[in-house]
Write a protein that binds this ligand. Structure first.
Ligand SMILES: [Zn+2]
Length: 297
């Protein structure tokens, strides 16, 4: 039986996580090269086994989409890593076979029902289900969807300029998961300054993890939430906002964007829908002394 996750209400809009996979493959020192052993040990006691694996002490992370249903549209935020994608440099995402589409169906959504796919950025674990291998080529999974992403991300990942050591995991991703969407005429771009989309969304530039990374604000009837993308990859970065992941491409910008998102989230009491936190992946940031603290919702 397929498990259906909790559904959140933001005004007259609902948000449900659609799971792809759960990882326990990254040690703190690997994912966060900025971390010290002392900082890692300081937190080992309060992180639950759902957040830090009790046997190998690796961080637990989720890969998923957020399904957003407005009174008018069915929308996905990001699309995981995808099935049967060749990722020889990245074994975690290589040639997967997950029941992601069955889980989407269990939530009542067929691929043809999806009206929009909004992307926080174009890394390997955020665009994978855009396409499937059908009849000898990569074809759009969601035939009626408009895919919305930052122009800067397309310009960069569509060019060999982006082929550097930090984004090795995303090699080949643009070609099999984004280019076919553009070729099918299903792409829409957001400018580098972000901006509003439909009635309920606003793209906020949060450059750093990637060149044109966007966090996406959702507002309805006076309530607001934020899809943070990879501004943070684990709740440890709420405690240590200066920690970048090993996959953050613009290090100084990533720290600035993270701090801004944390400050804004705490001040406005935004419900955050993260891309990779464990447990429910959703929750609130509050101020704690000079820093911040996280609680799941
Ligand atoms: Zn990611």
């Amino acid at each position: 039986m397929t498990h259906i996750n909790k559904t959140y209400q933001v005004g007259d809009i609902t948000v449900t996580r659609i799971d792809e996979m759960r990882l326990n493959t990254s040690a703190v020192s690997f994912l966060y090269p900025d971390s010290t052993q002392a900082e890692a040990e300081e937190n080992a006691w309060w992180l639950t086994p759902a957040d830090m694996d009790a046997t190998n002490h690796n961080l637990v992370q989720s890969i998923h989409s957020w399904l957003v249903r407005t009174p008018h549209h069915t929308i996905l935020i990001d699309t995981g890593a995808g099935n049967t994608k060749p990722r020889p440099r990245n074994p975690i995402f290589d040639n997967l076979n997950t029941p992601y589409l069955h889980r989407l169906a269990a939530a009542g959504v067929r691929p043809q029902d999806v009206d929009y796919v909004l992307h926080t950025h174009l890394h390997v674990d955020h665009v994978g289900w855009n396409t499937q291998w059908v009849d000898g080529r990569w074809q759009p999974t969601f035939p009626n969807a408009r895919h919305v992403f930052s122009q800067a991300e397309e310009d960069y990942y569509g060019s060999p300029e982006s082929h550097n050591e930090v984004n090795t995991p995303s090699f080949g991703v643009f070609e099999d998961s984004v280019a076919p969407i553009i070729a099918a005429g299903q792409a829409e771009r957001i400018g580098n300054d972000g901006g509003t989309f439909l009635d309920n969304f606003e793209f906020h530039p949060t450059r750093g993890h990637s060149i044109g990374h966007m966090s996406i604000e959702l507002s309805s009837r006076g309530q607001s939430a934020l899809f943070t993308g990879d501004v943070m990859n684990h709740q440890l970065q709420v405690v240590y906002p200066h920690w970048n992941t090993v996959f953050c491409e613009w290090q100084d910008d990533a720290r600035i964007s993270r701090r801004r998102v944390l400050e804004q989230s705490a001040e406005q009491h935004l419900l955050l829908f993260t891309s990779h936190f464990a447990q429910t992946s959703a929750g609130y940031v509050s101020r704690l002394g000079d820093g911040f603290t996280w609680h799941y919702e």
